[in-house]
Write a protein that binds this ligand. Structure first.
Ligand code: HEM
Length: 522
């Protein structure tokens, strides 16, 4: 089937399409600011995030290139890192890796200089190859949980025999869950895939909220396997066990992930729990339903009757809880235009809409005919259920890709956004306040390569937004103080990535252009 062959490519495309953003909490600002030159060695550094974080690895690299590990404390959204000794004059780089409340690690680097600038400190490069492994393991976990756990419960409740796909999905989940935990550790510590073979990554993963999720998901998986075995001996105990399994399943999804850490949690967590349970029941019921429909007869009609009685309510709850999560995660309707998260959401919604149309067709066009014993309708129904299954697996692939992109609400509270652009011995720090689309104030601090405020005859900004089709336009800034230029009323109407060039006229005809990109929140 064509759509099946598209699966891996779609996932890969999304991974690449989500760009550099692989974060969940977002760094809002730092002390000292990125690219700044401080007169004296600071006693501490501070990173201020949009959400609470816990430090994983903090490495400080000095002008001599020697790395040293630091400790940090993060009682709230600010991570404070005490510096052990006076920093020598020159360029310094703090490479940081933290884990946000949703259990996802994020990393970055803060460059600053003490006294004067010297040779730039070299940022350690991270190997991004494990992102594909993380995505694949996550899809396998979803399949194991939805088709395995969901399938085991649904086959019990619908009174169908345990089918081979359900057992296979349970084994897939049992393999993928520990692997995804190991990969979480590799990502948390910024290790290569060989880090899976050592204990630090696993320990780090267990300390994140994803470790708690896996701790709940594994017994849910084992319990689901137990229901398949127990039902042969005691249906009542199997039903009791399946209720526990459902509880564990719901909890596993609500202790980590973006939505689980979104405020207000009294709403986001129950909505997420309901959402994943409904998704599990829907997806999980499809393979047993297919098995039941393989043969004509009273049993197929009974199972179909049961499923079609429950399905509309389940789907309504799935869509409603999904809608609540969308409102919470976007924070503002304009965030739908945001790249990454919103792009995945729109694709997911389009696919879900298609599946809902198929489901409605099955329910209102085919079910009654199958109940009347029409063989052609039964065959058509089986074919469409298979298609539904394939599309829902693609939906899970999209859901797994959310792991790499922050939800827009994480970017909303930004006070400012900043970009540092440098070239030809000049460095400009451009700060936009507020850091969201609309009217903003732009402050530009211009320095030379010695860190001194640099003089200029004129300074302007050239701005464009490729994605929104906004062609480059120019605005002139006004001098405020030596090296400080201001553009008080700048209108940047859309969120997303803006290309910015700081144009500096240093002599009569000598123009230097410093180019960079900055991201505005919706
Ligand atoms: C109108 C329908 C739907 C809407 C509006 C919707 C929306 C959402 C949203 C906003 C989230 C939170 C993502 C995050 O930021 O962490 C979410 C989570 C999720 N959705 Fe949906 N969804 C819909 C249908 C579905 C369907 C049909 C499936 C199953 C195939 C599904 C599976 C999931 C799963 C597994 C998660 C949890 C991800 C995690 O925390 O690991 N959703 N959904």
């Amino acid at each position: 089937m064509k759509s099946r062959a598209l699966l891996p490519w779609l996932g890969l495309l999304l991974l690449l399409g989500s760009g550099g953003a692989r974060a969940h909490a977002v760094l809002l600002h730092s002390i000292p600011a990125e690219g700044s030159v401080v007169g004296e060695s600071p006693a501490w550094l501070a990173l201020h995030f949009s959400e609470r974080v816990s430090p994983l690895v903090l490495t400080l690299i000095g002008p001599d290139g020697e790395p040293q590990q630091l400790e940090g404390v993060a009682p709230a959204q600010q991570l404070r890192i005490a510096l052990p000794a006076t920093l020598a004059p020159g360029n310094w780089l703090l490479s940081w890796r933290v884990v946000s409340a949703d259990g996802h690690p994020i990393a970055g680097a803060l460059a600053f200089a003490v006294g004067v600038q010297t040779e730039a400190a070299v940022m350690p490069t991270t190997d991004g190859s494990h992102y594909l492994a993380i995505w694949s393991a996550r899809v396998a976990v979803y399949l194991g949980m939805m088709l395995g756990v969901g399938g085991a419960c649904a086959s019990l409740w619908l009174g169908t025999g345990p089918s081979r796909p359900v057992v296979a999905a349970l084994w897939l989940g049992a393999g993928a869950l520990p692997l995804s935990l190991g990969l979480q550790g590799v990502d948390a510590l910024g290790l290569s895939l060989s880090g899976l073979l050592a204990s630090p990554g696993w320990q780090a993963a267990m300390a994140t909220s994803y470790g708690h999720s896996v701790g709940l998901a594994l017994p849910a998986l084992a319990g689901a396997g137990g229901t398949l075995w127990l039902r042969r001996h005691s249906t009542a105990i199997a039903w009791l066990l399946s209720a526990t399994v459902v509880l564990l399943f719901g909890l596993a999804f609500t202790v980590s992930g973006h939505a689980a850490s979104a405020e207000p949690r009294w709403l986001s967590r129950p909505a997420l729990g309901l959402h994943v349970l409904m998704a599990m029941l829907w997806l999980g019921a499809l393979p047993p339903l297919l098995v039941a429909l393989a043969r004509p007869g009273a049993d197929a009609r009974r199972v179909l009757g049961l499923f079609s009685r429950w399905a509309p309510g389940m789907l309504a709850a799935l869509v409603l809880s999904g809608g609540v999560l969308v409102v919470i995660q976007l924070g503002h309707w304009r965030a739908l235009a945001w790249p990454g998260y919103s792009r995945i959401l729109l694709l997911k919604l389009a696919l879900v809409a298609l599946v809902l149309v198929l489901a409605a067709w099955n329910r209102w066009r085919l079910t009654a005919r199958v109940q009347r014993g029409e063989a052609a309708a039964r065959l058509a129904l089986r074919r469409l259920i298979r298609l539904e299954l394939v599309l829902l697996v693609v939906v899970l692939g999209l859901v797994a890709a959310w792991r790499f992109t922050p939800p827009p609400r994480a970017l909303l509270p930004t006070g400012q956004v900043q970009v540092v652009v440098a070239d030809a011995g000049l460095r400009a720090v451009l700060t936009l306040s507020p850091g969201r689309a609309g009217p903003v104030r732009a402050d530009i601090l211009l320095r030379d390569d010695q860190g001194r405020m640099a003089e200029a005859r004129e300074l302007g900004l050239l701005l464009s937004h490729d994605q929104a089709g906004i062609a480059p336009f120019r605005r002139r800034a006004l001098p405020q103080a030596p090296g400080h230029w201001l553009l008080e009323e700048l209108l940047l109407p859309v969120p997303g990535d803006w290309s910015v060039t700081v144009e500096v006229l240093v002599g009569d005809f000598d123009r230097i252009r410093l180019t960079g990109t900055l991201r505005l929140a919706p």
